[in-house]
Write a protein that binds this ligand. Structure first.
Ligand code: Q0Z
Length: 287
């Protein structure tokens, strides 16, 4: 008997289904977006790599905070998870100055109300990692908000709790990655509450779609470091002079192959697990 599943949501590159009242199925596709546009060409196994990495980190951070993971399915791209009441903020931690954090710093000297030292350059490491929450935008971009605005949305006690937990998770994963030659520049986490009001880490965690991973060997402050996973795609799109509005361009075979290899390499470097072993048996990442 096939189980009845109800589609409950679509992300740019993921789908969400309800399994029953208490459980969701999060399915990661092989779609890729760049400059906020989903491209017509897929990257084979991208969804598996992201699912594998999330599972790996959920298993290794469960003593820091409980998470929503219940099981990984044999297709390697589907996560069964506990249904939570999601908090209405994106929980971003930044250890380096990139993306909207860099933009805000240049304009105001601050990021989400954190006054930063003068004279920092793009991609520079911050004196200490900072918690920089954002609103969840249904369409368009998330908006960075300060502590007071985030407290309006989740309350002061919960804010202090998610800030402390998010910083602890960033410290753990960034140290782990650094030992394997990869810088975790920043990351976006989503938390929810269980039926008893306990804080639970949900969604995807510490994947290349939710984080900036930089190869440590190529890091130099003042430059825009190449993205670990999407740099071939970005370089190819730039070479076309595409105006970065939909529809995006088809990717040539060499860009697809090179990009797939980068995703697999990120997985293998971070986890020490052969990607083929994951495909054969997805639970190896949570064993
Ligand atoms: C995650 C999203 C996706 C579209 C809701 N454990 C959970 N409990 C309740 N809600 C969620 C989760 Cl993970 C939840 N999203 C993001 C994912 C497609 C939107 F695959 N939305």
């Amino acid at each position: 008997m096939p189980e009845a599943v109800t589609h409950v949501g679509s992300g740019k590159v993921r789908e969400l289904y309800a399994l029953d009242d208490d459980r969701l199925l999060l399915v990661a596709s092989d779609r890729i977006s760049t400059f906020d546009v989903i491209l017509p060409t897929e990257i084979p196994d991208k969804g598996r790599v992201l699912t594998a990495l999330s599972g790996f980190w959920f298993a290794r951070t469960r003593d820091l905070v409980p998470n929503h993971l219940l099981a990984l399915r044999d297709d390697g791209r589907s996560t069964e998870c506990r249904r939570l009441e999601m908090l209405p903020i994106e929980c971003v931690v930044r250890g380096y100055l990139a993306g909207s954090g860099w933009k805000d710093y240049v304009q105001t000297g601050e990021v989400c109300g954190h006054r930063l030292p003068e004279g920092l350059v793009e991609s520079q490491q911050l004196p200490l990692p900072i918690f920089t929450p954002a609103t969840k935008a249904e369409t368009g971009h998330d908006q960075n908000i300060d502590r007071a605005a985030a407290i309006e949305l989740v309350g002061e006690e919960r804010f202090d709790e998610v800030e402390a937990v998010a910083l602890a998770l960033y410290a753990f994963v960034s140290d782990y990655a650094r030992d394997r030659g990869i810088i975790l520049a920043d990351t976006k986490l989503e938390f929810g509450l269980d039926e008893r009001g306990g804080l639970v880490l949900g969604d995807e965690a510490f994947t290349p779609d939710s984080s900036r991973f930089w190869p440590a060997d190529d890091y130099s402050p003042g430059a825009t470091p190449p993205s670990y996973d999407k740099q071939f795609v970005r370089d190819y799109c730039e070479s076309l002079g595409w105006n970065k509005t939909a529809p995006g361009p088809e990717l040539p075979e060499a860009v697809v192959t090179g990009t797939r290899a980068r995703y697999v390499e990120a997985f293998e470097r971070l986890t020490g697990i052969a990607f083929g072993d994951y495909v054969a048996s997805p639970s190896v990442v949570i064993a």
